[in-house]
Design a protein. Structure first.
Length: 558
C-alpha cells in the first residue's frame, strides 16, 4: 500500500479505487505501518464544501507513528515521529513525499501583486490569531495538489509555517479585501479579516514550505547538475567567499524569489541573471557566512539571505532576512543598518531598468547595507543608466527602500485640506473623551480618507500628514484605519456602548493624544500629553471652535 501512495498525488486515489472494489467485506493484512491517508481522521468529510474548514489535526502527538517521508536518495524514512504533518525533521530525512523525483512541471510564477494593493497593512502572528485561524478545504486541497500527502498532514504543515510567513513574508491586501502573504515563491491567501486561510499557490516544483524553510535542497536538476552530481563540499568560509558567481547555477525557485524580493521583473533573462549574480557577489564579499548542519552555506547579506549548495555550485533559494538571521549577525558582532524613515533624502545612481515604472539604483556614496528601488510616476522622465539623482525615501518594502525623485507625496498641507483634516481629527478627540459623542458623517468620511492616504501613500501631502500624526508605524495606522471603518455603523446605530469601546481603543493606543497634538499643530498651538489629559474642557472648546469653521457637527456631552 505504501508503494501505491508513494506514486505522487494520484497514489491515494489509486489506493482508494483498489480498496473499494470489494462489495461486502474487506480485511487489510499489513506487515509495515499503514500509509498516512489510512490513519484515523486523515480522510475528508464527504459533505464538506470547498470553503468549509478542513478536518482538525490531532491535538496530541501522533503516538507510534513512523515518518511518512522519503530521503533525498529516495529511501523511505523509518524514523518515528510525533509531528502531525508526518515528517520526523531528522537531518537525514529530506521530507519528500515521493521516492522518485516527479516530472518537472512547467515553470510558473506567482501572479503579481496588484498595483493598487494596500502594502501598509499586515497581520501579526499572535497566539490569539493563530488559535482562531480556519484553514478551508480549498486551501488544503490546493496544498495537497502541489505537494502530495494527506489533507490532515497538509493542514498541519500549513499551521506550522503560517506564523513564519506572517512574520517574514510580504503582506498585501487587494481591493477585493483578500490578503496575500508571499515568501520565496510561496503564497497563502487569507480572508479580508484574516480569520480564514482560503488559498495556496507555489512556484516550487516539489518542495513544500516546511522543507524550504528547513533548507532542504531541491531534487530537480539545476542547469544539468543533479544533487547527487555535485562536487565536494566546501569546508571553510574563505572557500565560499572566493566563489566565482558566474559559475554558480541559479535554480528557478531562486530566480523567482529574487524577482519578487527585489521587485525586478525584467523581460531580458541575461540582464536579470547578471543583476542577481551582482547582488550575490556583493553579499559574498561583505556578508556573513554560516554553514548549516546539512552542509548548505547561508550567506547573510544586507537585504537577502542566500542558501548555497554544499559545493557552492548552485543557489538553492534566497529569502528576506529573518529574526534568526539577526541573532546570528548579532552573535557575530555585526549590527544591522539604521532604519531610514520616510522623507529621508539620499542621492542615488541609476543602474538598470526594472519594469515600466521602476529602476534599480544604488546610493552615492555606495551603501552596501541597503537596497534601493526608484519608483517613477507616469509623468516622470526615465533616468539614464549612470545618471545621479536626488531622491527621498517613500517606504521600506520587502527589505528594499523605495525612493522617489518626484515631490508628489511630500507637498505641504493646503488651506483647504487643513479644514478637512481638522474635521477628521475632531472625530478622534470627541470619541476619545470621557463622555458620549454624537458625530457627523462628514468628519467620519474625512477620517477614513486621511488614514487611507497615509497607508497607500497616494496623496500629494501624505508625508506631511504622516508627520502631523506623529510618524506612526504601519501597524498603528492599521489600527486607526480599522477603527475608522467601524465608525459609520456605530454612528448609524447610535450605540453608546460601541462608541465607548472605540474611545477606549483610541485612549489605550495613544491615538487620542496624537489627535489632540495634531489639531494643535494645525491651529498653531502647542500641545503635550499633560495638557491633553489635564484640560479636557479645552479640548471640547477646541472642537466647538472647529464646528464654527464648518468642519462638521460634533456634540460632546457629559
Amino acid at each position: 500500500m505504501r508503494d501505491i501512495t508513494a506514486r505522487g498525488a494520484e497514489g491515494p486515489r489509486q489506493l482508494y479505487v483498489a480498496l473499494t472494489r470489494s462489495t461486502q467485506t474487506l480485511t487489510v493484512l499489513h506487515t509495515s505501518p499503514l500509509p498516512a491517508v489510512m490513519l484515523p481522521a486523515a480522510g475528508p468529510s464527504p459533505s464538506a464544501g470547498p470553503d468549509d474548514p478542513a478536518p482538525e489535526p490531532a491535538s496530541g502527538p501522533a503516538q507510534g507513528r513512523v515518518c511518512s517521508r522519503f530521503h533525498l536518495d529516495g529511501q523511505r524514512c523509518e524514523l518515528p515521529t510525533q509531528n502531525a504533518d508526518g515528517w520526523c525533521r531528522d537531518s537525514s530525512c529530506g521530507g519528500f513525499r515521493t521516492s522518485s523525483v516527479p516530472e518537472r512541471p512547467t515553470p510558473r510564477n506567482l501572479p503579481r501583486v496588484p498595483a493598487d494593493a494596500d502594502l501598509g497593512t499586515g497581520l501579526e502572528a499572535s497566539e490569539a490569531f493563530l488559535g482562531r485561524l480556519r484553514v478551508t478545504r480549498a486551501a488544503v486541497r490546493a496544498f495537497v495538489t502541489a505537494h502530495g500527502g494527506s489533507d490532515q498532514e497538509a493542514e498541519a504543515e500549513i499551521r506550522g509555517v503560517i506564523a513564519t510567513f506572517l512574520t517574514n513574508g510580504r503582506q498585501a491586501q487587494q481591493t477585493d479585501g483578500y490578503r496575500l502573504v508571499d515568501l520565496s515563491g510561496y503564497r497563502f491567501v487569507l480572508s479580508h479579516d484574516g480569520t480564514a486561510l482560503t488559498g495556496y499557490r507555489s512556484v516550487h516544483g516539489e518542495r513544500s514550505p516546511a522543507q524550504y524553510l528547513a533548507g532542504v535542497p531541491s531534487r530537480y536538476r539545476v542547469s544539468g547538475l543533479a544533487a547527487a552530481d555535485r562536487g565536494p563540499a566546501l569546508q571553510d568560509t574563505a572557500a565560499v567567499r572566493a566563489l566565482t558567481v558566474e559559475q554558480i547555477q541559479v535554480s528557478a525557485e531562486a530566480r523567482t524569489a529574487y524577482a519578487d524580493l527585489a521587485s525586478d521583473r525584467s523581460d531580458q533573462p541575461d540582464a536579470f541573471l547578471s543583476r542577481l549574480r551582482n547582488a550575490l557577489a556583493a553579499d559574498l564579499s561583505g556578508g556573513h557566512i554560516e554553514t548549516q548542519p546539512r552542509g548548505n552555506h547561508l550567506v547573510l547579506g544586507s537585504s537577502h539571505t542566500w542558501s548555497l549548495s554544499p559545493d557552492g555550485g548552485s543557489v538553492l533559494f534566497l529569502r528576506r532576512p529573518t529574526p534568526l538571521d539577526a541573532e546570528i549577525l548579532a552573535a557575530a558582532g555585526l549590527g544591522a543598518a539604521d532604519e531610514l524613515t520616510p522623507g529621508t533624502e539620499v542621492r542615488v545612481r541609476a543602474l538598470a531598468h526594472g519594469d515600466q515604472l521602476h529602476w534599480r539604483v544604488t546610493r552615492v556614496p555606495e551603501d552596501r547595507q541597503r537596497r534601493y528601488l526608484l519608483k517613477l510616476r507616469p509623468t516622470d522622465r526615465a533616468p539614464e543608466a549612470g545618471q545621479e539623482l536626488n531622491v527621498w525615501v517613500v517606504q521600506r518594502r520587502s527589505g528594499v527602500y523605495v525612493v522617489s525623485a518626484n515631490d508628489f507625496g511630500r507637498h505641504g498641507i493646503s488651506e483647504r485640506s487643513t479644514e478637512r483634516y481638522r474635521s477628521a481629527l475632531a472625530v478622534l478627540t470627541a470619541i476619545g473623551g470621557d463622555g458620549p459623542a454624537e458625530l457627523s458623517d462628514t468628519g467620519v468620511l474625512e477620517l477614513d480618507a486621511l488614514v487611507g492616504g497615509c497607508l497607500r501613500r497616494d496623496q500629494a501631502d501624505w508625508l506631511s500628514v504622516w508627520r502631523l500624526l506623529g510618524s506612526p508605524s504601519s501597524a498603528d495606522l492599521t489600527v486607526l484605519r480599522d477603527l475608522s471603518r467601524s465608525l459609520p455603523e456605530a454612528v448609524r446605530s447610535a450605540e453608546a456602548a460601541e462608541l465607548e469601546r472605540l474611545g477606549e481603543v483610541l485612549r489605550s493606543t495613544g491615538w487620542r493624544d496624537r489627535a489632540v497634538a495634531a489639531v494643535a499643530k494645525l491651529t498653531g498651538e502647542e500641545s503635550s500629553e499633560s495638557s491633553a489629559a489635564a484640560a479636557p474642557a479645552d479640548v471640547l472648546m477646541l472642537i466647538a471652535t472647529l464646528d464654527k469653521h464648518g468642519s462638521g457637527r460634533i456634540c460632546h456631552s457629559r
